[in-house]
Design a protein around this ligand. Structure first.
Ligand code: SF4
Length: 501
């Protein structure tokens, strides 16, 4: 059996750091001397397409064409991030080039996102449509130019495609079709967290026409598939980033992702699909050793902790021990962070930014979500972060079923009273299979709420048209919200916010 393994991170996602999932699998397989190679097609994709646009009579596209080479060079190095307004200009050239590539096409491209008008969901019918139009989608030239030489040189027996985000779904199916056509004898495997979101019938259909869809961790899959003795769960394996070209990424310094855990230690938020994933985490000493090993091998300038929420014992570790380079990541906004001295220790040990899922400033909704956090702690947490110099990236949700306009105004008023560095506002959505979806009363579900192709539940109780009107007329018009929204990087969000103040 040819046990050479190629792991692919497909377009389209933010190209700000190498992908962690396939790098963890590669680290595990290399530790057992299994021949494995990673390729981050996503890193090539946006610049590849942006460089290829033709000139246009439209001013925005003409400017993008004129400046795109320079803009990509700047966004891939220190020069693009020295000042926020200059960064916005470079990003405008880049997003303008992608918009130009989308003109008169059925798809819409932005930095980090891809949508196609003929694909409205993730059902069997949608997959059939992608398969039948795969060669017309804007990915084939990338697969021909960048992937084919790797396949020819490495000759893998198995290719794994890692789907982490919704925006990678269409390109991944198109990639499966391309691989089946060009390399019919190769085994294809689809994995990654987004596979867990897909309707069961869709997974079965992909299994049938293209390749296996796996829901377990990739390391566990390959352990069983190749009958390997050692398990990756021993915790000592560090991700392997040696196959990537770091100049592909839009950052001023080398950022590497790493995680101390899988799943979420809290696992209780009723709307969150992580609640269904088994949790496991590194011991403190194992994680600290991993950070140092990773630093010795790859010399990053900044670490991005990608844990869904950094577990409390790992936060304690980061307050006690200084990691080799600065870091940022997601934390639950709990009472622990109301301790000023604790926050100062995190800052002293290199914490640059914390991402906080605060969601709402209305306690009864936090309780219904089972967030396990208290609005009464939020203000002190934000004050502490501000006083220490750690940037805060706050996530807010509107449209929780039962939320009134008074509730929204309470949240708005909270946001305007506290020192927040960056703000991300979204409309509340939840997946079938989450506890919240299972508990919602049937009379609040519209007839099409659980259509086969959907990965979200719709609820009439959310009153979305009314919510959108309020957001446009009141929320985004508020000077504080407008300022916070403008200073939060539009496309790269927290991945770029960490480089600004
Ligand atoms: S929302 Fe965040 S904290 Fe809550 S269960 Fe999901 S990942 Fe964990």
């Amino acid at each position: 059996m040819n046990n050479k393994i190629l792991l692919i991170y497909p377009p389209v996602a933010r190209n700000s750091e190498p992908p962690l999932g396939i790098s963890l699998i590669a680290g595990y397989l290399k530790s057992l001397d299994i021949p494995v190679k990673c390729i981050d097609l996503n890193g090539y994709w946006g610049p590849h397409l942006a460089h290829s646009i033709s000139d246009s009579s439209k001013t925005r596209y003409h400017r993008a064409k004129l400046h795109i080479k320079n803009a990509i060079e700047k966004l891939s190095g220190k020069n693009g991030y020295s000042c926020y307004s200059r960064y916005q200009t470079q990003m405008e050239y880049y997003s303008g080039a992608l918009a130009c590539a989308s003109e008169n096409q059925p798809w819409m491209l932005t930095p980090g996102d891809f949508k196609i008008s003929s694909i409205t969901g993730f059902g069997v019918h949608d997959i059939e449509t992608i398969c039948s139009s795969a060669s017309e989608l804007p990915f084939k030239s990338l697969y021909d130019a960048v992937l084919e030489p790797v396949l020819t040189g490495f000759s893998p027996g198995i290719t794994g495609i890692s789907i982490c985000y919704r925006s990678q779904f269409v390109p991944s199916i198109a990639l499966g079709v391309w691989l089946k056509h060009c390399h019919p004898n190769m085994t294809i495997v689809f994995g990654g967290p987004f596979c867990r979101m897909l309707p069961e019938a869709s997974r079965a259909y992909i299994d049938f026409i293209l390749g296996n869809v796996i829901l377990e961790d990739g390391e566990r899959f390959f352990k069983n598939y190749l009958d390997l003795g050692k398990s990756a769960e021993d915790g000592e394996v560090v991700p392997d980033f040696s196959d990537y070209h770091m100049n592909l990424y839009f950052t001023p310094e080398a950022v590497l992702p790493i995680t101390s855990s899988r799943g979420c230690y809290w696992r209780r938020c009723a709307f969150c699909s992580e609640s269904n994933v088994a949790f496991r985490m590194d011991k403190q000493d194992v994680f600290l050793q991993k950070l140092h090993t990773l630093y010795e091998i790859s010399k990053p300038s900044l670490l991005h902790f990608t844990d869904n929420a950094l577990p409390p014992t790992i936060l304690d570790l980061l307050a006690r021990e200084t990691p080799p380079v600065p870091f940022y990541g997601f934390v639950r906004p709990t009472m622990k962070l109301t301790n000023k001295a604790f926050i100062q220790k995190l800052k002293d040990n290199g914490c640059r930014m914390l991402e906080l899922g605060m969601e709402t400033a209305v306690q009864k909704h936090l309780d219904r979500m089972q967030k396990g956090t208290c609005v009464s702690d939020y203000g002190r947490i934000l004050d502490n972060l501000h006083a220490s110099g750690i940037k805060s990236f706050v996530y807010i949700l509107f449209g929780f079923p039962g939320e009134t306009e008074t509730d929204r105004n309470t949240t708005l008023e909270f946001l305007t009273r506290h020192p927040i560095t960056f703000l991300n506002t979204s409309i509340f959505r939840y997946h079938p299979g989450t506890r919240f979806a299972n508990d919602i009363p049937e009379e609040h579900l519209p007839a099409d709420s659980l259509v086969e192709s959907s990965i979200y539940v719709k609820s009439e109780e959310q009153k979305l048209p009314e919510l959108r009107r309020w957001m446009d007329r009141v929320y985004y018009k508020h000077p504080v919200i407008r300022k916070l929204t403008q200073k939060t990087p539009r496309f790269f969000k927290s991945n770029h916010a960490v480089f600004f103040d």
